[in-house]
Design a protein around this ligand. Sequence first.
Ligand code: AMP
Length: 285
Amino acid sequence: MIIFKKAANLASWLEKQRSAGQSIGFVPTMGALHEGHISLIAISKANTALTVCSIFVNPTQFNDPIDYQKYPVTLDQDIPMLEKAGVDILFLPDVAEMYPDGTKSLETYELGPLETFLEGKYRPGHFQGVCQVMRRLLEMVRPDHLFMGSKDYQQCMVVQRLLGIMGLPATLHRCPILREPDGLAMSSRNRRLTPPQRANATGIYRALTAMKTGFTVQPPPTLIENAIRLLEAAEFRVDYISLADALTLEPIPGPSPAGVVALIAAFQGDVRLIDNMVLSEPSIR
Ligand code: AMP
């Protein structure tokens, strides 16, 4: 595995590979790696000649400065994990490399309604930050294929929109959510949970599966009320629970058999967790 810290060196090395006809897969991360990240790398390796992974904790996407300060950094463990997973290139920039003109007055992106609900509503500015870092990374790596996790369902939609805004031909692959044996979605933030919080945290998965089970027989408001009760019993403070159209993320107005996703964001202590589950696949529209 070759490690690059400078974007110019990365870009010129990749340009040579591109000219030699190698296809490039890209897995952007913020590190503190777990098997969920490694699953994206495995999918990239199965579909492309070269896999580039980046680790960069992007300051501009944290609406909460404490969350940024407490974001786990575990490079000593991450690098051997990436070597073992067979990553070809690790890009490890610092903040000055990504934002040479600073982070104060950055460009903004027209994201439409996506920015007004769910993560967009509860984390103001978050998706602007995601676009700011992703635009820079995409310009540096210029991947043919981009591999991202459907755990960050709305983020995938935002990045798809960004690819359109940038006019980039890269294909975005939305990859499955990897879970712990008790159903908790793997996340770098899980490391911050105390043992009792970790035991409670599976409540999100239980709430999602309860919604999936009840989906065909109960109306959305009842499903959501039951899920709130379940989360509160597990000591969660709920940001949102939404039953939404899987293609637009607009809340569904009533019973809707096809194309529904349930999404949850909730705090266990000061750790904010998100997860989602597709309740019914979209029909072809
Ligand atoms: P992060 O390091 O949290 O920014 O995540 C980097 C990438 O890994 C994003 O595309 C995430 O959606 C994806 N990811 C995070 N958790 C999981 C998971 N449990 N299963 C699959 N992909 C994940």
